[in-house]
Design a protein around this ligand. Structure first.
Ligand code: KG4
Ligand code: ZN
Length: 344
């Protein structure tokens, strides 16, 4: 029997197109996903060894209407049943973002349904609300994706304090670059994750970078250079490179830093809840190291399933719900902001 929904239920159509996934979802009350459609362009970009912004934008244009239609259809709903249209408006690739923003504005204008712009990182963090119904702020969240590495104190819904961020490469970017250097190709993260299972994480002692004046900040470019130097020196000495050992040792260096900074942040904030988000959050070594570290410190560890870690629109619908409840509505002057900062 169909459930009778009360008037207080808020149903949001969410759109995400900040990078290489064209995605739309219908989310009820921020936590219940009625549909979550993701059209990935990964196969296309693999041909070029990384995301080609111009191609990403063109593909978003080709796919977005169909993806939105499918999200409504799968949810068994029609547009006028939506309470808001939510869309990622930054950060991300400007041309890619513009496709989602333009589609959302057009739908909102034509239907009169309110428009809500969502920060992509806020979306990643909010993915945790979907699969952990009991999770509520405050908590600390480590956001590690292809474009971002942030340690965030989630003070309340939509209220964030950035404790630390990367000074150079994002964690996922380092995974992707190192994967390319050792011949694994794109996308690097999942490939390094898989190959590392065959390697020795203690084979090579790669550096664990610290940023002198900011304990929670990250720096991954030195680690990436150390891997490249190691590969060059092996080549010069005619030594064979064990791909699995390099992958596992690199991964361990990243994981060690992420775990150490995260645990220090949770403890210094005096909190007992910790969550992870973003594409790199699906890394198996990172998840098990964080799991162990949290158990040792009696911290509750929250993590979305892998499909909710990488880019999707359900997480945007979850974040938008709390913005909606606060009264946030955007006008038709909403624009794509490629370097949008959290909290703006
Ligand atoms: O969150 P996401 O889908 O897109 C951005 O907002 O950037 O993250 C994509 C990043 C890529 O760099 C990819 O290599 C990385 O997440 N990634 C992983 C894994 N799965 C995806 N990194 C490490 N281990 C994984 N299992
Ligand atoms: Zn993302």
């Amino acid at each position: 029997m169909e459930k009778a929904w009360g008037k207080e239920d808020i149903t949001i159509l969410a759109i995400e197109s900040s990078c290489d996934e064209t995605a739309a979802a219908v989310v009820r009350n921020g936590r219940e996903v009625l549909s979550n459609i993701i059209s990935s362009q990964i196969d296309l970009h693999t041909l070029y060894g990384g995301v080609v912004p111009e191609i990403a934008s063109r593909k978003h244009i080709e796919r977005i209407n169909q993806v939105i239609g499918e999200a409504l259809q799968t949810a068994g709903m029609v547009l006028h049943e939506m309470d808001a249209i939510a869309v990622t408006y930054g950060p991300g690739l400007v041309g890619a973002l513009l496709v989602g923003v333009s589609a959302a504005k057009a739908i909102s204008f034509a239907s009169g349904i309110p428009l809500i712009g969502v920060h992509h990182i806020e979306g990643h963090i909010s993915a945790n609300y979907i699969e952990n119904q009991e999770l509520e702020p405050p908590f600390v969240c480590l956001v590690v994706s292809g474009g971002h590495s942030h340690l965030v104190k989630v003070i309340d819904y939509g209220a964030y304090e950035i404790l630390g961020r990367t000074r150079d490469d994002a964690a996922g970017e380092a995974f992707d670059k190192v994967a390319r250097a050792i011949g694994l190709g794109y996308p690097g993260g999942p490939k390094i994750d898989r190959v590392s299972k065959e390697g020795n994480p203690d084979a090579i002692n790669f550096p664990r970078a610290k940023v002198a004046d900011a304990v929670y900040d990250f720096s991954f470019s030195g680690l990436k250079s150390a891997v490249l130097n190691y590969l060059n020196s092996c080549e010069m000495k005619g030594r064979q490179v064990c791909q699995a050992d390099v992958a596992a040792s690199f991964q361990k260096a990243v994981v060690d830093v992420l775990v150490e900074h995260s645990m220090q942040a949770v403890q210094e904030c005096g909190l007992k809840k910790f969550a992870i988000a973003g594409g790199v959050a699906s890394n198996s070594a990172l998840r098990s190291a964080l799991d162990k570290a949290c158990v040792e410190r009696e911290i509750t560890f929250y993590h979305p399933s892998p499909v909710m870690c990488t880019d999707n629109a359900a997480m945007i619908g979850a974040a938008a719900y709390y913005e909606y409840r606060k009264g946030v509505r955007h006008g038709y002057d909403l624009n794509a902001v490629p370097n949008l900062r959290l909290g703006e």
